[in-house]
Design a protein around this ligand. Structure first.
Ligand code: URA
Ligand code: SF4
Length: 208
């Protein structure tokens, strides 16, 4: 019995004679509840400069979750992940897997835009991480695909170079994880596109 069915879980507790179950205040059992918590979040300094919290979007039962870095200008304006230039390229990568954007789930390490799109700071990453961990726990996908070095490094709390880790299938808390390039990096380094396509082919096979 997983956490995917909270009502069954509660009923099972009742059967055991446990009538009250105190949930951790910080934990939310559904994506909408978690999103509601994030909406007015002020856990780090980015709250002061953001226009919208970009929580993430897609299928709450997705078998594949993409994790990017942080919202850019367009994402901050619209409150949606990957809707700018990098997003267009991500859409194309998703197409390569044979999926539609609404069949996967897309989110970021940071839910708020860093000023001038600077790199995430360690304090921001740790302040924001519980939202991402919550999303992954609720969705419980078959595969996580991290985009770029920040997503990978934040999840594993390491400091790796993307060229060293990309394409190396691993696991995060028991879930398959494939690191690939960030679409923004691909826009600047076209010669890496072939490797990204190979990663999408790999995802397709793993999801089969
Ligand atoms: N880059 C990211 O990492 N995430 C977005 O949502 C958009 C651009
Ligand atoms: Fe909260 Fe994350 Fe936004 Fe910081 S980046 S204010 S932790 S939602």
């Amino acid at each position: 019995m997983g956490m995917r069915d909270p009502r069954r879980f509660m009923n099972a507790l009742k059967d055991m004679g446990i009538d009250t179950y105190v949930f951790n205040k910080e934990s939310a059992s559904t994506l909408p509840l978690l999103q509601k918590q994030a909406k007015d979040c002020k856990k780090c300094g980015l709250a002061a400069t953001r226009r919208h919290v970009v929580f993430g979007e897609g299928d709450s039962k997705a078998r594949l979750v993409f994790v990017g870095e942080a919202p850019g200008e367009e994402e901050d304006l619209q409150g949606r992940p990957f809707v700018g230039r990098a997003g267009k390229l991500l859409d194309q990568l998703i197409e390569r897997i044979g999926l539609r954007r609404d069949e996967v789930y897309i989110c970021n390490i940071l839910k708020c835009r860093p000023p001038h799109n600077r790199d995430p700071e360690p304090g921001e990453v740790s302040a924001c991480k519980d939202y991402l961990l919550g999303q992954l726990e609720i969705i419980n996908p078959k595969i996580i695909c991290t985009l770029g070095r920040h997503a990978y490094n934040a999840l594993f709390e390491v400091d790796e170079r993307i060229t060293r880790i990309r394409g190396n299938l691993t696991k995060f808390k028991g879930t398959l994880l494939l690191p690939t390039y960030h679409p923004s990096f691909l826009l600047r380094n076209n010669e890496r596109t072939k490797e990204a396509w190979e990663d999408m082919e790999r995802l397709k096979q793993l999801l089969h």
